[in-house]
Design a protein around this ligand. Structure first.
Ligand code: S3P
Length: 439
């Protein structure tokens, strides 16, 4: 890779076994919950990518001892400082590109009485909406958070204070929002109930319970979560499963690339995350789940995927939270399916690391694709023939990896600028692609 650019030459199939990197959502939470627990938390298989590194660095700046993240196969050890043990940092906390770091920290720090925190991030993160967290924290729980655009844009200032409990209906189905409110609830003087419009991923609920928090999930489809404060968290031994959002690139890559056959090992199969498998099943993709098992509170399994004929799919608002990060690669899948695929109710993609609906449309069009961008989704008629073209990730990790699999199935080579963005969630992606392609 030179200057962050990499050229994809089409024509190979993808074959072999892949151990996808650890789940990003679970990795952030393991670090954060470990930091405020009592005692030691040992994390096996933590994702050592840029985003979790941002979380670890912020926690270190507040006095938490965390062993280096870079050493492969070595567990990461977090020495917890207890619920109210985070120190006021000497400098601004830099969350990098990571929305999860910033939003979860907002909840965690809002209740650290008498301490002041400043949060910032890269150019992308400073444009992303934070009012979805700061508003309920301030209005319903009495937090003191300010920032540009009325507390909506970073840099943000969090003045820790005594929080109160309450019942909060969230306006978006977002695990980041829900988790921030639950973390704030740990420090509140009464119970916090969070009610979501549609249930989002539930890693926080599972892990908080495992750490000993007093938490109940009720309501239809688990949309209602109640946390009672006062229970200290206890350090745990955690095994992070492979990230299904990273596995999705190989699932779609193998499904659309002739001659491909991949086995993906120990992939997280939490039902709040498996929307991509349901879509692939609807498409008639050859995906088999093997060796389903439970690893420290999270379901996992191996996935065997082969190339084959594909039909179209339809994704509506109810399904979006269960595959929100997989929509860019599913847009690529739609180009190789026989028929018209529709994605709607996905307006949230416009406030991710980039406006992913616009960026995917723009980049796929550069390859000659016909993609209709709607206000909250995409309409794609397949199958289409793609031409190799000059592409750009626009600094978005999931766009970079989605374009790689599209380019592998185009006619002619495609240089992808900003390929290094993949390191935000998938270090070693390009080497893995090269290896699977040469098998
Ligand atoms: C995440 C939740 C999702 C997802 C993001 C990680 C999390 O965001 O897109 O990559 O770890 O809680 P939203 O909560 O904004 O939907």
């Amino acid at each position: 890779m030179e200057g962050g650019s990499i050229t994809i030459e089409p024509g190979c199939s993808l074959r072999g076994e892949v151990m996808v990197p650890g789940d990003k959502s679970i990795s952030h939470r393991a670090l954060l919950f470990g930091a405020i627990a009592e005692g030691t938390t040992t994390i096996h298989g933590l994702l050592t990518a840029a985003d979790p590194c941002s979380t670890a660095d912020c926690l270190r700046a507040m006095g938490v001892n965390i062993s280096p993240l870079g050493t492969k196969d070595q567990p990461v050890v977090v020495e917890g400082v207890g619920l109210d043990g985070l120190q006021e940092p000497e400098d601004v906390l830099n969350c990098g590109n990571s929305g999860t770091t910033m939003r979860l920290l907002m909840g965690l720090l809002a209740g650290c009485r008498g301490r002041h925190f400043f949060l910032t991030g890269d150019a992308s993160l400073r444009q992303r909406p934070m009012a979805r967290v700061s508003r309920p924290l301030c209005r319903s729980m009495g937090a003191n958070i300010s920032g540009r655009d009325n507390g909506n844009l970073a840099p943000l200032a969090v003045n820790g204070c005594q929080l109160r409990g309450g019942t909060i209906g969230t306006s978006v189905a977002s695990a980041q929002v829900k988790s921030a409110l639950l973390l704030a609830g740990l420090m509140a003087n009464g119970s916090v109930s969070v009610i979501e419009p549609i249930r989002s991923r539930d890693h926080s609920e599972r892990m908080l319970k495992a750490f000993g928090a007093d938490l109940q999930v009720t309501g239809d489809h688990g949309r209602h979560v109640r946390l009672n404060p006062g229970q200290p968290l206890q350090g745990q031994e955690i095994v992070v499963p492979g990230d299904i959002s990273s596995a999705a690139f190989w699932l779609v890559g193998a499904a659309i690339t002739p001659g491909s056959r991949l086995r993906l090992l120990q992939v997280g199969l939490n039902p709040t995350r498996t929307g991509v498998l349901e879509v692939l099943q609807t498409m008639g993709a050859q995906v088999q789940v093997e060796r389903q098992r439970q690893i420290v509170g999270e379901p996992v399994g191996d996935l065997l995927v082969r190339h084959g004929p594909l039909g179209p799919f339809s994704i509506g608002p109810e399904l979006v939270p269960r595959l929100v990060d997989e929509i860019p690669i599913l847009a690529v899948a739609a180009l190789f399916a026989q028929g018209t695929s529709q994605i709607s109710g996905a307006g949230e993609l416009r406030v991710k690391e980039t406006d992913r609906l616009a960026v995917m449309t723009r980049q796929l069009k550069a390859m000659g694709a016909v993609v209709e961008e709607t206000a909250d989704g995409l309409v794609i008629q397949g199958p289409q023939k793609l031409q190799g073209a000059q592409l750009d990730s626009e600094a978005d990790h999931r766009v970079a990896m989605s374009l790689a699999l599209a380019a592998l199935n185009a006619h002619g080579p495609s240089p992808i600028d900003g390929a290094d963005a993949a390191g935000v969630s998938y270090p070693g992606f390009w080497q893995q692609l090269q290896q699977l392609g040469s098998n």
